[in-house]
Ligand binder design. Structure first.
Ligand code: NDP
Length: 451
């Protein structure tokens, strides 16, 4: 049978764009891609990239305070949100253009339309056209989930936070995951009075407990009003703002941000009718090659709800394209994926937390907790925590966790060693780079805990 294309990709985010470009490169395949919103997807348009730029913006008050301690005669002035937002939008437009240009350069046909599946080889475009393809890749990502409480429509999500007309004076951030914790810190740094409400006993569930405690203590020290074991039951508009009914009473805010998880974008794509298996969280169920129950249909990225991180989606998309169109079969490796939470302080982590490792193995835990030179000199109390979780039997470093400035940068490099199976003795044999924070990773002599 003759198809219009060899590959049709639905979704122009990190995973879809990478798969389309690799499949189309060097004339390997005739590729089309449909995107109903802006090219670049969550990461570029409403996620990692604008978030990180907001993190940078929010760090300047602290940097200016430090600058004065270092002898610079600077004064902070006010933050001009309108100025920042215009520059942010321009940068996102530039990046969107780069993504589009990359696709065009690789010879990918772009449809700026929503696409849904008709059968195992046919997609319907929102303008009524039908297009056939030998393979279809679904890379439609995810979207914020907001629990159905009364007045939920008064809350915004991370999708809207970048488009505010003005910064609020008082913000309530609901949730205790990556997004809630990052935005609590960002808004706090930008001068907003922040209350963070989390239903559980401690935010950043699943991460190393000691690190979570250190982050929370710093966030509270920075002025965030963190309410734990706290629930928001309803929102309503009042004269003095949005009134949040909570487990501890009613309170008024100018902005309520819900960051209570994300759900895969699988609804309305025509997947169930086709026989594509949908899991209990609404995700597309795939095998290690990202293939669904329908052999011509594949899926990568957040829509499959494996590890919901941009670099993972990129790997999955790349592996798919190399395997199907490049004659180079390989699978994305989901083991020992490092990540960073851009809270203030930042958190970089790879491998097992102390608690998870202890369940599997007899371990030694090495920690270094110190005040880093730069902020110590400036008179700040900030502390850095570095932690290695080591197997007593194999001596391998099972987990490495860093809380402090540039933790994301440091963990990327430590992750290479951990991924290679480095032992504690390999770390010890590595000569320190002095004076740095990271040198503590190779100079931890005695375990803090052995069990
Ligand atoms: P997370 O799954 O990380 O966190 C969701 C939070 O919302 C949890 O604290 C959860 O509580 C809480 N929650 C869930 N349902 C409810 C409810 N009904 N009522 C109240 N609270 C609720 O999701 P995020 O939205 O923060 O992020 C989504 C994903 O995006 C992340 O898991 C990550 O993969 C990715 N991401 C990565 C970033 C990075 O790499 N820096 C940055 C941002 C996102 P509980 O713990 O009790 O379940």
């Amino acid at each position: 049978m003759d198809f219009d294309f060899d590959l049709f990709v639905i979704g122009g985010g990190s995973g879809g764009v990478r798969a389309a470009r690799i499949a189309a490169s060097e004339g390997r395949a005739r590729v089309a891609l449909a995107e109903e919103s802006r090219m670049g997807g969550t990461c570029v348009i409403r996620g990692c990239v604008p978030k990180k730029l907001m993190v940078y913006a929010s760090e300047y008050p602290g940097l200016m305070q430090d600058a004065r301690a270092y002898g610079w005669q600077v004064s902070s002035g006010a933050f001009d949100w309108g100025h920042f937002r215009a520059r942010l939008e321009a940068e996102l437009t530039r990046l969107e253009g780069a993504y589009r240009g990359g696709l065009k350069g690789a010879g990918v046909t772009i449809f700026d339309l929503r696409a849904t599946l008709v059968d195992a080889h046919t997609v319907a475009l929102a303008d009524g056209r039908r297009v056939t393809a030998k393979h279809i890749l679904i890379a439609t990502g995810g979207r914020p989930f907001v629990p159905a409480i009364p007045g939920a429509e008064l809350a915004i999500t991370s999708n809207e936070i970048f488009h505010l007309d003005a910064l609020p004076a008082r913000a309530l951030v609901v949730g205790g995951g990556y997004i809630a914790s990052e935005f609590a810190c960002i808004l706090n740094g930008l001068g907003v009075k922040v209350t963070q409400s989390y239903r559980g006993a401690q935010i950043l569930r699943g991460f190393d407990e000691e690190c979570r405690a250190q982050i929370v203590s710093a966030m509270q020290g920075n002025g965030i009003d963190l309410r734990l074991s706290h629930e928001v039951t309803a929102l309503r508009q009042g004269a003095e703002g949005i009134i949040a009914e909570t487990s501890t009473g009613a309170e008024a805010f100018d902005l309520v941000l819900y960051a209570t998880g994300r759900v895969p974008n699988t609804a309305g794509l025509g997947l169930e009718a086709l026989g594509v298996e949908i899991g209990t969280r609404g995700q597309i169920v795939v095998d290690a090659h990202s293939q669904t129950a329908v052999p011509s249909v594949f899926a990568v990225g957040d829509v499959t709800d494996r590890i919901n991180l941009t670099p993972v989606a990129i790997r999955e998309g790349h592996a798919f394209a190399d395997t199907i169109f490049g004659g180079k079969p390989w699978q994305a490796d989901h083991d020992l994926v490092a990540s960073a939470v851009f809270t203030q302080p930042e958190f970089g982590t790879v491998g097992l937390s102390e608690e998870a490792a202890r369940v599997q193995d007899k371990i030694e835990v090495y920690t270094a907790s110190f005040r880093p030179m730069q902020s110590l000199f400036a008179g700040r109390e900030d502390r850095v925590l570095m932690k290695l979780v080591v197997s007593q039997s194999s001596r391998r470093v099972l987990g490495c966790h860093i809380v402090g400035p540039a933790a994301g940068e440091m963990i990327q490099l430590a992750a290479i060693a951990v991924k290679m199976g480095a032992t504690k003795e390999d770390f010890d044999r590595t000569v320190a780079v002095h004076p740095t924070m990271a040198e503590e990773l190779v100079t931890m002599r005695k375990p803090s805990r052995v069990d």
